[in-house]
Design a protein around this ligand. Structure first.
Ligand code: GTP
Ligand code: MG
Length: 250
């Protein structure tokens, strides 16, 4: 029967950067059950970030990026010998388990789900890319976060004037600048909203200086350590950003 496990040897290309993107399943239905604030709920984002931190500790990726219900993971050291089925299944289940645990640790959310709990799941896909492709990929996801942000604010603002269908129809095909102007006309300057809503949140290692003391030599010692850092005020992604964080090299 082992012969029938025909996908088990599918592996990601050797030496390639690997991005894994996981995305919450049916989170548009979960959002009202959790009574999430619209369009952004800081407690929910906090749980997505805590889930990322949990993953960071377990699998040591070099970079993670989250917005809405998606999480992007950049791996240089690919676990499970790059076996695709293993990566997708273990990562998706890790996020579902970690997210569920965080939800039930939250006083606010656990109360809401205790009677109507439906199991939470994430989908997962693997994207092999070279360095340039990787930078383009993250630029593209951050662009999507920005579009999401404009759409979210525009939709929930228009709902005060129109019904759901009309608001969605009104927004269909609108360019980013049009959405920006639409909000500006209604006294919302989207440039004033927090950066994490516009650009998402990233987790990466940051070099920190650690001061110690050598009791034998009786002198202060200064060393560097890499510590996971949650960046809520992200710069725009480009090659310089990834170079400056030592995520890529020249
Ligand atoms: N109110 C609220 N909703 C959020 C927030 N973050 C994510 N969501 C919801 O999560 C959804 C994520 O979009 P999708 O992944 O396209 O929707 P989905 O229902 O998860 O669909 P599948 O991923 O295809 O299963 C959004 O449409 C929102 O409904 C938030 O901060 N506040
Ligand atoms: Mg989703």
């Amino acid at each position: 029967m082992k012969d029938c496990e025909i996908y088990s040897d599918l592996r990601v290309p050797c030496g390639s950067n690997i991005i894994v993107r996981v995305d919450g399943r049916n989170f548009s239905k979960l959002a009202p059950r959790l009574e999430l604030e619209k369009p952004y709920d800081l407690d929910f984002v906090g749980i997505m970030v805590a889930t990322c931190q949990d993953f960071f500790q377990e699998f040591s990726p070099c970079f993670m990026y989250t917005f809405s219900d998606e999480i992007n993971i950049l791996l240089d050291d690919v676990p499970f010998s790059g076996r695709l089925e293993k990566l997708n299944s273990v990562f998706a289940s890790f996020f579902a388990g970690s997210f569920t645990r965080q939800i039930f640790q939250s006083d606010r959310f656990s109360k809401l789900l205790s009677t109507t709990f439906k199991s939470i799941s994430f989908d997962s896909r693997v994207i092999p890319l070279n360095t340039d492709g990787m930078v383009e990929y993250f630029k593209d996801r951050q662009d999507e976060a920005w579009r999401n942000c404009l759409n979210g604010y525009a939709y929930w603002t228009l709902l005060e004037e129109y019904g759901k269908k009309e608001a969605a129809l009104f927004l269909k095909g609108k360019k980013k600048q049009e959405l920006h102007d639409l909000l500006f006309d209604r006294n919302i300057n989207i440039m004033n909203i927090p950066l994490w809503q516009r650009r998402g949140v990233a987790i990466y290692r940051e070099k920190v200086i650690v001061e110690g003391y050598n009791p034998v030599k009786q002198e202060k010692i200064v060393s560097h350590r890499w510590k996971p850092y949650v960046d809520w005020e992200l710069a725009q992604f480009n090659r310089e950003f990834f170079l400056s964080k030592d995520i890529i090299t020249e």
